[in-house]
Design a protein around this ligand. Structure first.
Ligand code: NAP
Length: 305
């Protein structure tokens, strides 16, 4: 056991997966949960929480580890509520997909003597809610911690031990760096997927039936990503605005270059470009972050979030 009492605030995909993983490996003495709806709390009590509470303030009382697993836009409000009820010496972490906005919203509410260690598991699926979690979600996935310079290394090491025991590979990163890297590898690709699915939806010359019937040719992966939780992704774009706009600007420039190459019949440019991008895909497979299987690992539910 690594923490005696763990409080999960928000009981969706990430929190329920953490609870299943902690239970599977005996990592927590007691798992207490809170979510805003009665329905979610009831499901959590049945499936993975030892106890659920009607308020977040009540749930964190006496907890050694508090995990904020609500959408990024709700973190500040929750932190303000729980701040006065945190146990001295407790660790507070979060799993939000954006880090600077969470640090700005949460840190002011953390009392002295409580350790705040922001984090982000790069693991997820397009499903959400308390029934969607599973114990192996974090297996061989990265979990980035963005501790502030003054954070106690002993507490970082303890949290790291918990995450590694749940199967994750842990890295530490600076907050701003995290938001830029995630804008490249996750946030902007999601926006592009949303856009492509939107384009297909608006097309009049290709019928809906044709889009669905022949979707295996690349489009299916876009629809899977574009099915991700709307609240979570709205908050990601509203809170990682600068980094996403930076990457989107570069994306638009590259897109224009490719558009021009197609218009001008510049096959050499297209071939050289696609050769470079192919090498990146190979690098991802070599790093063990995806499979070379012809179904692109679609049978494995994990993807970054
Ligand atoms: P989810 O499945 O949609 O669950 C969200 C949970 O938060 C629900 O239990 C919801 O309660 C609760 N909640 C929302 N607003 C609340 C509020 N104001 N007060 C109390 N509870 C509230 O979400 P998730 O996918 O687990 O994501 C949680 C966090 O993890 C987000 O910050 C997200 O950015 C991050 N993350 C997600 C992924 C991914 O791929 N899904 C990956 C990495 C990180 P109700 O059910 O009662 O509404």
């Amino acid at each position: 056991m690594i923490y005696q009492r763990v409080a999960l605030i928000g009981l969706g995909l990430i929190a329920s997966s953490m609870a299943h993983a902690m239970r599977a490996h005996g990592l927590a003495g007691e798992i207490v949960g809170h979510a805003r709806s009665v329905e979610t709390r009831a499901v959590a009590r049945d499936l993975f929480c030892d106890r659920v509470c009607e308020t977040a303030a009540e749930a964190v009382k006496g907890a050694d580890l508090v995990v904020l697993a609500v959408p990024v836009g709700a973190m500040g409000e929750i932190a303000a509520e729980i701040g006065p009820h945190l146990k001295p010496g407790a660790v507070v972490t979060d799993v939000g997909s954006v880090k600077q906005a969470v640090v700005d919203a949460v840190a002011p509410h953390i009392p002295p003597g409580v350790h705040f260690i922001p984090g982000h598991p790069l693991a997820g699926t397009e499903y959400s809610g308390p029934r969607s979690g599973f114990a192996t979600l974090f297996q061989n996935r990265w979990w980035l911690l963005t501790p502030l310079p003054e954070t106690d290394p002993v507490e970082i090491a303890r949290l790291r031990k918990l995450l590694e025991a749940m199967g994750a590979n842990v890295d530490e990163m600076d907050v701003a760096r995290h938001d830029l890297v995630l804008a490249v590898v996750s946030h902007t690709p999601h926006l592009i997927a949303y856009t492509m699915v939107g384009v297909a939806d608006h097309m009049r010359r290709v019928s809906q039936q044709e889009v669905i019937k022949y979707s295996a040719s690349g489009f299916r992966d876009f629809t899977r990503i574009a099915a991700s939780d709307p609240t979570m992704w709205r908050d990601v774009f509203l809170t990682n605005k600068d980094a996403v706009l930076d990457i989107l600007g570069r994306f638009a420039e590259e897109l224009f270059t490719l558009q021009r190459a197609i218009r001008m019949g510049d096959g050499e440019h297209l071939h050289a470009y696609f050769t470079r991008t192919r090498a990146i895909r190979r690098g991802i497979i070599e790093a063990g972050q995806d499979t070379a299987a012809p179904d692109f690992g679609r049978s494995a539910p994990a993807k970054e979030g």
